[in-house]
Design a protein around this ligand. Sequence first.
Ligand code: ATP
Ligand code: MG
Length: 599
Amino acid sequence: MVVQAVSDLQSASAHLRFSTGIVKRLGEELNPTLSKSILELAKNAYDADATECQIELQDIGRPGGTIIVRDNGDGMTSSQITDGWLVLGHSSKNPSSRTRLGRIPAGSKGLGRLAALRMGRNTLLSTTSKQEENLQHELIIKWDKFDNTQVAEDFVLKITTRPSRQGFTPGTEIRINDLRSTCSRMEVKRLARELILLADPFDDNPLGFHPELCTPEFKDLESLVQNRYFDDAEFHLSAEICANGEAFAKIVDWKGKLLYEAKHSDIVPNSKERTSYRCPPAKFDLWVFILNKDTFSSRRSAIGEVRRWLKDFGGVHIYYNDLRVNPYGGPDDDWLGMNLRRVRSPEERPGTNTSIGRVVVHDEKNQLGEKTDRSGFIENNAFRDLRSFARDSMDWMAKCRLREAELRRHRARKTALKQSDLAQHEFMSKIADVPREMRDVIKDAFTLYESSRDREVNVLQKEVQLYRTLSTAGITAATFAHESIASPIKIVRHSIAAIERRAKKFSGELFSNQFKKPINSAKRALTSFTVLGNVTLSLLDHGKRRNTQLELHSILDDVLDTFSPFFRGADVEVTKMLVQGSPFLRGQRAAVESIITNL
Ligand SMILES: Nc1ncnc2c1ncn2[C@@H]1O[C@H](COP(=O)(O)OP(=O)(O)OP(=O)(O)O)[C@@H](O)[C@H]1O
Ligand SMILES: [Mg+2]
């Protein structure tokens, strides 16, 4: 070994350096889908005060295609490219300072563009800044070359500057060339929907932002979104939270007549300790539709059109500083638990397919925070209170409608009673006309009939009582399943995995003697628990309460399949004996499932 003597203290400077691999990983993990990635570029155009943003897709059905995103925003100078666009993880945007057009910027992390730029093998940026309209800057990033370089700083890029072409206006164009993978039509449709919903298409803002996807899918959806069917809604709930956290709300009917009004204390449930909502000021609008032929006979629009509109755009969307935040109000999202609450009282509660709504929040103090992977808001107190406000407002609406329905039923019962009294009276007066010797025989027969009818009513009342109790038990089971599948089960699963991982770090023998058995039993129990929850929720699927043609054999197979984990657990063997052919019925799948389940 050679030991070099160091006579004096020496120092050398060093840098933390980054492998190019980290950029690749970040790009892949942040925004894995076409719609999410391109949406980030559209949001950047919004932040740059663009009013138009065009997205062109060329040959994207096969690898090697191109995506072009073009905007008429403020563009970038050469130094803004080097100190901003090329710096990852830093953003000069600040939610508390507004843009030239008074917008609150959507970006803040300095990462949004990355996933989209890496979708192709090379990316071309060309931009002209509003500050120097006569210059156009261009830059190409060849990602294969970048990935083959060891550290990011060793990869050199060249910005070319030339005089802008005649008539060229400020703005930015990003071309993502030589796409690595293909995009399906479903993805394109999803992107079209996301772009349309991005800047609240239901609000007419002249300074608004108009993203446009140059595809037929977009044109279809765009014309659908422009046919606003709000006037056909049965009810319109509008609720608001003021800066002091107090809420108020009102409901109007489809003719605009005010039906109910609520002050803060009517909305906040009595059980809540705290009274004001600790979230930024927000406005919640919900349009509730009753999609049946009777209701629509008096409306201007056809029920089918409205159904399609709700299918594509229904749900409650969140507009945060004027831009929509995913996934709230997305096709599989039910952040307010509307569908579960609907199960409890289908008459009075809207579902995601029968209503459309938006929560508009202007968050100048940055109380809500978006997750880095753009999968929604961080679950902090402000977000929780915003969600409670929307839920409490809907609960208040349901209470109003329930009261109304009770009143209706009470009136109907009174009328029915009156009618039966009248009929009895009529019968007795007719008997008075019958010859005396026959009168007593008829009276006795009628009394007999009355007492057997009363007995029948009694039995029916008891049955109704039983079914009410069963439905309460069912609702409790469904709520339990819904709430536990979301978070507690995940926590238990992760905790078991963490205990297993840590226990394995002890010697192998100690793990197998002391930990393996209880860990495996906990895992098995958790699986049964998850299956039970899924079974409960699958029985409640609202699609099952629609009248359709029902293939009995296939429903039987599905029910047996759903319950198979329990059969296995209890060592039960089920033998099917099916009749020939494919018998079917017309009706509700839920009804057939409940018959089979109760066998
Ligand atoms: N279309 C555009 N016009 C002008 N500048 C742009 C445009 N797109 C990107 N930029 C600049 O590039 C930077 C990086 O964009 P990127 O989306 O990665 O980050 P961000 O918007 O600042 O934050 P976030 O990661 O939250 O989106 C922006 O801060 C902006 O300065
Ligand atoms: Mg951005």
